[in-house]
Write a protein that binds this ligand. Structure first.
Ligand SMILES: Nc1ncnc2c1ncn2[C@@H]1O[C@H](COP(=O)(O)OP(=O)(O)O)[C@@H](O)[C@H]1O
Ligand SMILES: [Mg+2]
Length: 452
């Protein structure tokens, strides 16, 4: 990290000089190559020779988010966090966990960065609107708070965008789930062309809910029309017929907010085959469950909860207020957690459950899969629960044949993990599999040969 503090005065002067040049106005990027390019342009624009460290600092200020810029180059960092001025910046490293850095920003630097991001995101942050939910050009999400709500100082929380979203193969490789769980989810998401499951991914903050949701979406057959609804775009699909939608916060002083619920209600008029909702929190839960109860199948969403059971009680309580009678339309709850194992950060699916009935006021649940912390394996508890029995009733396959199908997909996934397929090839093979399983296998063996 360059030490930019000592150049503060010089940076100010040079910045004024460069501000005259149209090319250097209003740029914001955190892309390493683009930053390097702009650095050379700045070097050329300044007639005199310039100290290399100063040039770096100047470039970060003009083109990026100041001294926070280089953190954005490190793919191992998941989050960058500022908790006030003149206090260390924290980062969260995917392998090492929380790190206290030796970088600190002063108040001016923080204000500058926040305003720059607000402007880029088309949002306003000031004393009257002290909260900002914004975005960086690479898709990273930025939250900022001002003194009014965070008395210790201005905060910035950057949730970095991972360029290549993790695939289902990565999740197997990282042992977030095993190939059996992945094969089961494959079957549930696709639904054998008859009944795709309505699924909730639940877990704590940063447990990997959205990532798992995104990874499982690859199983949606490509002929289906997909609508996704989020506060901030995170879901990222390869499907052509996909309409992503994003909420709009109210402009200061006006009422024109577009909420999740507004978007979801609207989506129901857009003839969706699939609805994906990122982070259900409030009244949109009722709309989602109404959709599930009126024949919309294969809905998928994430929800903040500590377990499958906790998810249900949250759904039933305010502000989601889903009536009991609607709850059973939910087929599957996948619960995930983030934990430290051997000093390394791990994310695990620890429970997959289906709702099997109701006794008095309590919903009965089948635990299909459960993580065993002793063996560190995910045990299959009940495979032939409600979902598989229902699929068997609706399709021409017997339960035995469905189990064989799961086994087949499990083997296929294992081969694809081994062959280390990228997103595009994986998508291609899964989609081919629906039309012609033999051809998919053939494609896969070609990929394996190429890989060798
Ligand atoms: N299974 C996983 N293994 C490793 N890293 C993961 C996994 N799932 C998610 N991540 C990383 O963790 C961070 C948070 O994931 P995300 O899916 O956004 O969590 P949530 O939606 O639960 O808040 C992201 O940087 C993501 O790349
Ligand atoms: Mg999420």
């Amino acid at each position: 990290m360059p030490d930019c503090k000592k150049y503060a005065e010089e940076i100010k002067k040079l910045e004024k000089q460069l501000n005259m040049v149209e090319e250097f106005k209003d740029i914001l990027t955190v892309n390493k190559d683009e930053i390097a390019e702009i650095k050379e342009k700045i070097r050329a624009a300044l007639s005199s020779n310039i100290d290399e460290e100063l040039l770096e600092c100047l470039t970060y200020k003009i083109a990026g988010i100041g001294i926070l810029t280089p953190f954005m180059f490190d793919d191992d960092l998941e989050e960058v966090m500022v908790i006030g001025s003149d206090t260390p910046v924290y980062t969260f490293d995917r392998n090492r966990g929380m790190i206290t850095t030796d970088v600190a920003l002063d108040r001016d630097e923080l204000d500058y960065i926040i305003q720059k991001i607000a402007k880029f995101s088309g949002r306003t942050i000031n004393v009257d609107n002290p909260l900002l939910d914004g975005r960086l050009p690479d898709g990273s999400r930025v939250n900022a708070t001002l003194y009014g709500v965070s008395p210790r100082g201005v905060t910035i929380t950057i949730r970095k965008f991972t360029h290549e979203s993790l695939t289902i193969l990565d999740l197997i490789r990282f042992e977030t789930m095993n190939s059996m769980v992945a094969a089961f989810l494959w079957l549930a998401v696709e639904g054998l062309g008859t009944k795709p499951s309505n699924i909730l991914m639940v877990g704590g903050t940063a447990s990997g809910k959205t990532t798992t949701l995104n990874a499982c979406s690859i199983f949606i057959p490509k002929k289906e029309r997909i609508l996704s609804i989020e506060d901030t775009l995170e879901i990222n699909l390869k499907h052509d017929h996909w309409v992503p939608m994003e909420t709009k916060p109210p402009d200061p002083g006006s009422q024109n907010e577009i909420t999740m619920d507004d978007l979801l209600k609207n989506a129901l008029r857009m003839r969706p085959d699939r609805i994906i909702v990122g982070e259900v929190r409030s009244s949109e839960a009722l709309t989602l469950f109404t959709a599930m109860n009126t024949g919309h199948e294969g809905c998928m969403a994430t929800l903040h909860a500590n377990s499958a059971r906790d998810a249900i009680s949250r759904l039933q309580s305010h502000p989601m207020d889903v009536p009991d009678i609607m709850i059973p339309a939910l087929d599957l709850i996948v619960a995930q957690t983030r934990l430290m194992e051997d000093g390394k950060l791990a994310r695990r699916v620890f429970e997959i459950a289906e709702i099997s009935g109701k006794e008095g006021d309590t919903f009965l649940m089948n635990t299909l899969f459960e993580y065993n912390p002793k063996t560190r394996e995910i045990d299959t508890k009940i495979l032939n629960g409600q979902i598989i029995r229902e699929l068997s009733n609706l399709s021409t396959l017997s339960i035995k044949e469905i189990n064989r199908e799961i086994e087949k997909r499990k083997m296929l996934l294992e081969t694809m993990v081994e062959a280390d397929l990228g997103y595009k090839e994986l998508y291609d093979i899964i989609q081919t599999y629906y039309k012609d399983p033999d051809k998919a296998l053939e494609k896969l063996s070609q990929s394996v040969e190429h890989g060798l």
